[in-house]
Design a protein around this ligand. Structure first.
Ligand SMILES: NC(=O)c1ccc[n+]([C@@H]2O[C@H](COP(=O)([O-])OP(=O)(O)OC[C@H]3O[C@@H](n4cnc5c(N)ncnc54)[C@H](O)[C@@H]3O)[C@@H](O)[C@H]2O)c1
Length: 379
């Protein structure tokens, strides 16, 4: 069996999630991935963040110097989970050091950064994918199966609604971090933060918007800085993108919603597609429930189907148990490892560099749309 030895650069919130998911790698069925994956090295500037990784028995290198980690011949691929302003520099560094790359969204702070990373990866022939784990929930997978292999069963598509909602930023006393400022999060704000999760499936289906009208909003302009003072927060917190997308020769309205201020929502990803003869909907707010719109004997109904743990990559977890966020990260890592090894088959792959660039083209058009209060053609 092949072994995939990982390094992490950026051992914060997501670095911890990544390491924890890898720690459950043995839960994947042997037939599912056929690659052994383990974490061997971690880099972070913050000694406390680094110290946390001492609990991972396979880690042999803890360093504050990314070049040191990238020079480690035991590292095959790196997961880089850094603030957005650092993506371009560290992604390019990793590629040039000969490592494959699991990048975090938004894959560079803006379109220029994303394009440069995509082109460098292609030039050097490295395997690169970008993070988006929510489509690996079983309910999302069921929606994906209908949309990718049986779209015609829905009839003429009437409407698509997709989004990602959070509520924690409604607390105006919450101290600001790098995600609240354009300089570190990027001008696209909530689109950079949440957009890739939403764009992943539509882009894979070829549903790239041709035109977008965007409404962007800021919620809290000043927050505590965590050191007794305050700091300006200049990022967009909420974004509504009203898009045109061409499906089977018809223009279909598609709405994407990215909200860091959505009352009561903790980490809600959803996708709803409705046609004249059927529809499918899944939201992580009801993680077991797939909703299906049907017309039978002249009667219309939305039916709810309770789903278990049946995932794209089989695990030891019984089919009757629930699925959650850490499971989706494990599934996503399985997708990376198996696609890299050539064993993905017909399963959903992670976001490709081309798709990441396409997402930035859409965010750029959305920024211009909001500034000019008019619809903009997407490049
Ligand atoms: N896939 C998801 O669901 C998801 C969720 C949250 C964040 N993210 C993405 O993950 C990335 C990181 O976000 P986070 O929430 O983990 O951030 P974080 O602030 O929790 O962690 C970033 C870490 O990077 C370290 N760091 C900063 N500069 C460094 C440098 N020069 N060298 C080494 N380490 C350095 C910091 O000390 C910190 O520990 C972002 O791209 C973000 O958009 C993805």
């Amino acid at each position: 069996m092949n072994t995939l030895r990982w390094g992490i650069i950026g051992g914060g919130l997501m670095g911890h999630e990544f390491a924890s998911a890898l720690g459950r790698w043995f839960a994947l069925g042997d037939a599912a991935v056929r690659v052994e994956a383990l974490l061997v090295a971690v880099c972070d500037l913050n000694p406390a963040a680094l110290k946390w990784f001492e609990r991972v028995p396979t880690v042999t290198q803890l360093t504050s110097d990314a070049d040191e980690l990238l020079a480690n011949p035991d590292v095959d691929a790196v997961y880089i989970a850094l603030p957005h302003n650092l993506h371009r520099e560290f992604y390019l560094k990793a590629l040039r050091a000969g490592k494959d790359l699991l990048a975090e969204k938004p894959f560079g702070i803006d379109l220029g950064a994303a394009t440069q990373v995509r082109d460098e990866a292609a030039k050097l022939g490295r395997f690169v994918r970008c993070s988006s784990e929510m489509p690996y929930f079983p309910g999302a997978q069921r929606v994906w199966t209908v949309l990718s292999s049986n779209l015609d069963s829905l009839g003429r598509i009437l409407e698509i609604r997709a989004g990602f909602h959070h509520c924690s930023d409604l607390d105006e006393h919450k101290p600001a971090n790098w995600k609240r400022q354009n300089a570190t999060c990027g001008e696209a704000g909530a689109m950079n933060d949440l957009g890739m999760h939403v764009a992943h499936l539509p882009l894979r289906l070829g549903w790239k918007p041709s035109r977008v009208y965007a409404q962007l909003q800021k919620g809290v302009s000043e927050r505590p800085d965590g050191r007794g003072g305050t700091v300006q927060c200049d990022t967009w917190d909420n974004a509504l993108l009203h898009c045109d997308v061409l499906i089977n020769g018809e223009n279909v309205p598609m709405r994407w919603e990215f909200k860091r201020m959505a009352p009561t929502e903790t980490n809600t990803w959803f996708l709803e597609v409705v046609g004249t003869r059927g529809g499918v909907e899944f939201s992580t707010k009801f993680p077991k429930t797939l909703r299906v719109f049907q017309i039978k004997n002249g009667e219309q109904s939305w039916n709810s189907i309770d789903l278990g743990h049946k995932s794209a990559f089989e695990t030891v977890t019984g089919g009757n148990f629930e699925f959650g966020f850490p499971d989706s990260i494990l599934q996503m890592l399985a997708a990376f490892a198996s696609e890299r090894a050539g064993t993905l088959g017909d399963r959903l792959g992670m976001v490709s560099p081309d798709e990441a660039v396409a997402s930035h083209q859409i965010w750029s058009a959305a920024l211009r749309s909001h500034a000019g209060k008019r619809a903009i053609e997407v490049a």
